[in-house]
Each structure stands twice: as C-alpha cells, then as structure tokens.
Design a protein around this ligand. Structure first.
Ligand code: TRP
Length: 466
C-alpha cells in the first residue's frame, strides 16, 4: 500500500470513528440547551396541561412526578450513558455495547415511534402556526368559552385548513433539514427558550390574579385520587416518556455528543427539572383561567387553544402577546420535530445508503400521507375509528403509551442486567474522576429493579389483568 493510500484509509477510519467527531458539545451548557431543545415542546405546553385536566388534576400530576423520578430520570441517564459509550446513533450504539441479542430492536421500535409521533405532532404544530394568524382575528381572542371553542372548531373541522397547516409544518421541517439549517434552528430555539419561559411567567401572573383563580390551583395541587385508574397511570407514564423524548433512542444520539468530562447524571437531572418547570408554568397559566372563565378542564386536546386566548384577552396588548406566544411555541415545536424526524431519516440513510435529500423527501412525503389521517380526524374522517380511537388518538396512544414504555423497559433491562453496575460506575463517574458514587448507585438500583418492574406492572395493569 502506498503512503497516500494508507493515509487515505487512515483518514477514512478516523473520520468514521466518532471519538473525533467535531459534533461534540464543548460545554455543559451546550449539552443542556441542546437536550432541552428536543425535550421542551408541545409535550410541555399542549399535552401536559390537557392530560392533567382530562385525568383529574393534582392526583395525575403526582403520579406523573413519580413516573418522572422513578422512570424518566433513570432512563434519560441510561440513554445518555449508552450514547456516550457507544458513540453513535441509537442502533449503532446498542449494537456496539450489546452485540449479543436483539437489543438494537429498541432502536428499530424507535424509528416507528418517531414516525407515529410526527404523524400527529405535525398536526398540533399546524394548529399552533394557524393560531399566530388567528390572534389577529377577533373570534379567537375572547374570554367566552363558547367563542374560543367555536374558533378552534372552525379550524379543526375544516379539512382544507387542517391539512394545509399540517403540510405547511411538514414542508417547513423538510426545507429546514434539506438546506441544512437545522443547526441554525436549534441555535435559535435555544436562544428563544428563555423568552418563552418569561412569557409563560407573565401568563401565570395574569392567570393567578384573575377573580376565581384559586379553584384552578386547588385543581392542580390538591389531589383527589378517586379518578385514578390503571389507564390514568399508564397515561402519566406515557407522558413522562413523551415529554423527555425517551424510550426510543433519541437521547442516545444526544449522549453520543457528550464530552468525556461532562457530568451525565447532573446534566440529566437539570434537563428533567427544567422540563418539569416549563410544564408546571404552562399548567399554572392555564388552570386558574379555566376555572375563572368557566372552561372545562377535561376539554381534551383543544384545552390550550381555547383557554390561552382568554388569558390574553384579559391583558393589555393581548393580541400582540398572543401572536408572540404562538410564534415561540411554534419554534419550540420545530426544535422537537427536528429531533423526531432525524430518527426515520437517519435510518433510511444508513439502511438503504440513501442521500440525506432523498431520505428527507421520502420521510416527509410519507408523513404527509399517513399524517393526513390524523389531520382529518375531526372532519372528513371523523367516523373512522380503529380500536375505538380516531387515527389522531391512535398514533398518540400507540407511540406514547405502548412503544415508548416498552422501549424504556428494555433499555432499563439492558442497563441493569447486561451492562451492570460496574459499567455504570465507570461510565457515570467519568472513569472515577467524579465523586458521585452514591448518586450512581442509587440510579443503578432504580434502573435495575424499580424502573422495569414499575413499567411492566403499569403496562399489565392497563390491560385490566388485575
Ligand atoms: N419531548 C418533545 C415534546 O415534549 C417531543 C419529542 C421530541 C419526543 N423528540 C421525541 C417524544 C422523542 C418522544 C421521543 O414536545
């Protein structure tokens, strides 16, 4: 072999070896904000409040907190750990760390989960973008439940509008990926996140000072366990997975960008905490207003869209703030969607050696077809029910409540029983440099024993087996 040839082979080898990837986050702040860019999205602002409202308030919130602590935190740490050790996307990292056995299937189920999530998430993001324009019209901005509900219904029962906004979002996401500005969008998302946080704070103050606001706080913080069923617990578990973007390998990819000296357990705890803070703010912005104006807490997926305008209607310059709110939420949803769409796109690139352009075109166009059944769930396809659910609800249910928890169950089993404690200790203390043995041992015990048992029991319980 000539010297040039050898150095070329070397160059190729080094390029393929992820340990020298330039895509490494230099600072802990970089990892934190990037991870939050995927985690914070419609799950916090739209899904968390509506599920809390639909499932009885404080009791649901408590169960959700328990799931976040006993399942969410340990699994996000596990995914980051697997990613940093495996230095690759989900399937590659899993193949490297656990070559024996079908553990890579977790990554494969993640591809399906990401696709199904995008099929309905893009529709909700479409509503968000539509509402930027609705804030300019009188109909949407009102404190009257009947008026704001009618404004929402006029959007979702109109097949042309529903489809238009979903396809608008999908094409926007596709363009962002194809012209290669995803990094730019992620950077924008990061910078705008504090603004969204600030605006949520303003909304909380307005909502909390409405006459009759106290009842909303009681609903959110005073538990009544009479509504808790096996199904409610499963929904809380599914929400914990969905909100933290775990159970399907997205966080493994983020872990692969971690530097060797960064503190995974601390960083993951911060992500969990910040994600929770955003959700709670959304809840405190919404529920006092729900009771002050006489909305129904169990309104379902429409909750955000019918109640937030009422809060804006009762503050000065409400229209401008409402437009800003939906712009920021729309951008946050784009950050989450970029992390989702990357999963099926990267799969097509690796599996079929496709170019990024074609992989994106195929993913986006299949989402336009499959997702349209979710977009039309309230109009042309309102009579279509599979297993008693509309296509929109079915995509959400199968991904959040089945695929993500099952993925999480297997990730916990892999980490606890195949990789084991010594692996944890070495990986999470950065080879002994961090003095965090107690925290790591605690996390290990949860991952190995508590997480899998809890997820397994919740899944079984929801089948009404006991
Ligand atoms: N966590 C995001 C949200 O709350 C949604 C999301 C992005 C997601 N990537 C994911 C959910 C991966 C599950 C898996 O809006």
């Amino acid at each position: 072999m000539t010297t040039t040839a050898r150095s070329e082979t070397l160059a190729v080898k080094t390029a393929a070896k992820p340990s020298v990837t330039p895509d490494r986050f230099a600072t802990s702040l970089g990892v934190l904000t990037a991870t939050l860019g995927s985690a914070v999205g419609l799950g916090n602002i739209w899904k968390f409040p509506y599920l809390t409202g639909e499932n009885g308030g404080a009791a649901f919130l408590l169960i959700y907190l328990a799931c976040t602590l006993l399942v969410g935190l340990p699994i996000i740490v596990t995914e980051h750990m697997i990613g940093r050790k495996g230095r690759g996307d989900a399937i590659t990292s899993l193949r490297r760390l656990a070559p024996n056995g079908p553990w890579w299937l977790i990554g494969a189920s993640g591809v399906l989960a990401a696709f199904l999530i995008m099929a309905f998430y893009s529709e909700v993001a479409g509503w968000v973008f539509a509402y930027i324009f609705k804030s300019a019209s009188a109909g949407a901005l009102s404190t009257d439940p009947a008026t704001t509900s009618a404004a929402f219904d006029s959007l979702v029962t109109n097949p042309v509008l529903s489809l238009f906004w979903q396809w608008f979002v999908l094409i926007l996401v596709g363009i962002i990926i194809m012209i290669g500005v995803s990094k730019g969008i992620e950077a924008t998302t990061k910078r705008l996140m504090p603004v969204l946080f600030g605006l949520l704070l303003v909304l909380c103050v307005r909502s909390l000072t409405l006459p009759g606001a106290a009842e909303g706080l009681t609903f959110l913080f005073k538990p009544d366990f009479s509504k808790v069923t096996g199904e409610v617990i499963l929904v809380a578990l599914g929400l914990a997975f969905f909100k933290l973007s775990i159970g399907m390998g997205t966080m493994i990819t983020y872990g692969s960008y971690y530097g060797d000296d960064q503190n995974i357990p601390v960083n993951a705890s911060r992500v969990v905490f910040a994600d929770l803070a955003v959700s709670l703010l959304a809840g405190i912005a919404i529920f006092p207003a729900v009771f002050a104006f006489g909305f129904q807490p169990e309104a379902g997926p429409s909750l955000l869209f019918i109640t937030i305008p009422a809060v804006f209607a009762s503050m000065p310059a409400g229209q401008v703030f409402m437009a800003l709110f939906f712009v920021l939420t729309g951008i946050a949803s784009l950050g989450a969607q970029l992390s989702l769409i990357e999963v099926p796109t990267a799969y097509l690139i690796h599996r079929f050696k496709m170019s990024r352009k074609w992989a994106t075109i195929i993913t986006i166009s299949s989402l336009m077809v499959v997702g349209s059944t979710a977009a039309l769930s309230n109009s042309l396809l309102s009579h279509v029910k599979l297993f008693g659910k509309s296509p929109f609800d079915l995509f959400d249910y199968v991904s959040s409540n089945i695929l993500l928890p099952v993925g999480g169950l297997f990730l916990a089993l892999l980490a606890g029983w195949v990789l084991r404690y010594d692996f944890f200790k070495e990986a999470l203390s950065n080879g002994g440099k961090l003095k965090n043995e107690r925290f790591v041992r605690f996390l290990y015990i949860i991952v190995a024993f508590v997480t899998p048992l809890l997820v397994f029991l919740i899944l079984l319980n929801s089948l009404n087996l006991f």
